[in-house]
Design a binder for this molecule. Structure first.
Ligand SMILES: NC(=O)c1ccc[n+]([C@@H]2O[C@H](COP(=O)([O-])OP(=O)(O)OC[C@H]3O[C@@H](n4cnc5c(N)ncnc54)[C@H](OP(=O)(O)O)[C@@H]3O)[C@@H](O)[C@H]2O)c1
Length: 215
C-alpha cells in the first residue's frame, strides 16, 4: 500500500486498492462512495459492478479474484438468508443463508486471502440479529452468529499479517422504511456511523473484532 496523505477535506488514510463485494447495494453504495474519495475502489456484485460474482458459488469467487491484482482490502457487504416464521422454514430454506451469507463470506476469506497484499484486511458483514434476534429470523440470526464465531477463530490462524473483522449493524437509516416493522423500537443507524464502522476495520489495526453498531 502506498502512503499518500491527503489534505483539505480528504482523510488522512493510506491510499488503498479496495474490493467491495456488494458495493452497489444499499449499504455498499454509501461505503464505496465514501472510500472512493481517497482510494481505488473495485465494485463486485451479482448483477452489476466492475466484476460480477455470486458469493454462494466458490468457483465464481475464485474467478472474480483471478481478475484482481494487488488488493489491500476486501470488504463483503453481500449475502442473503431467508426470513420466515420458524414453522415455515424448510431445511432447504436454511441452506440459502448457509450457502450465501455464511459460506459465501467464509469462502471470501478462504480464497480472497491469497489475492491480498501482506497486512491486508478482510471485512465481513453481519447484523444485530446475531445478538438480538426478532421473529422470522432463525435462519438469518444463525448465520450472523456463525460468522461472528468464524471471524474470532480465523483471526488466530490467518497468516501474512492479514486481519479479518466483521461489521455488525442494526437496521441502517437507508433501509429503515423497508425493515422497520420487523424491528419495533429499534433506532435507525445513521449512514455516517455505518461508514465509520467499515473505516475502523479497514484503516485501523483490529483483528478478529466484531464491530457492533446497534444504536
Ligand atoms: N440493510 C440493513 O439495515 C442491514 C443491517 C445489518 C446487516 N445487513 C446486511 O448487510 C448486507 C447488505 O445489506 P444491504 O441492505 O446493503 O443489501 P442490498 O441493498 O440488498 O445490497 C446487497 C448487495 O449485495 C449483492 N449481492 C447479494 N447477494 C449476492 C451474491 N450471492 N453474490 C454477490 N453479490 C450479492 C447485491 O447485488 P445485486 O443487487 O446485483 O444482486 C447488492 O449489490 C446483507 O448481508 C444484510 O443482511 C443489512
Amino acid at each position: 500500500m502506498c502512503n499518500i496523505w491527503f489534505v483539505g477535506n480528504k482523510q488522512n488514510e493510506n491510499y488503498m486498492k479496495i474490493l467491495i463485494i456488494g458495493g452497489n447495494g444499499t449499504i455498499g453504495n454509501k461505503v464505496s462512495s465514501h472510500f472512493s474519495d481517497s482510494n481505488e475502489i473495485i465494485i463486485a456484485g451479482r448483477t452489476s459492478g466492475d466484476l460480477i460474482v455470486d458469493i454462494s458459488d466458490s468457483h465464481s469467487i475464485k474467478s472474480m479474484f483471478e481478475k484482481t491484482v494487488g488488493l489491500d482490502a476486501i470488504i463483503c457487504i453481500a449475502g442473503e438468508a431467508k426470513w420466515d416464521d420458524f414453522d415455515e422454514l424448510s431445511e432447504e430454506d436454511y441452506y440459502i443463508g448457509v450457502k450465501s451469507k455464511l459460506m459465501g463470506q467464509v469462502n471470501v476469506v478462504r480464497i480472497g486471502r491469497n489475492y491480498l497484499n501482506p497486512s491486508g484486511s478482510i471485512t465481513l458483514s453481519t447484523g444485530i440479529l446475531a445478538d438480538d434476534p426478532v421473529v422470522k429470523t432463525t435462519s438469518a440470526a444463525m448465520v450472523n452468529g456463525g460468522i461472528h464465531s468464524f471471524v474470532q477463530a480465523v483471526a488466530l490462524e490467518i497468516e501474512n499479517g492479514i486481519r479479518v473483522n466483521a461489521v455488525s449493524l442494526g437496521v441502517v437509516e437507508d433501509a429503515y422504511d423497508k425493515y422497520k416493522d420487523y424491528f419495533p423500537g429499534h433506532n435507525p443507524i445513521p449512514m455516517k456511523k455505518v461508514i465509520n464502522a467499515y473505516a475502523r476495520s479497514v484503516f485501523g489495526k483490529s483483528n478478529g473484532e466484531i464491530i457492533r453498531i446497534y444504536d
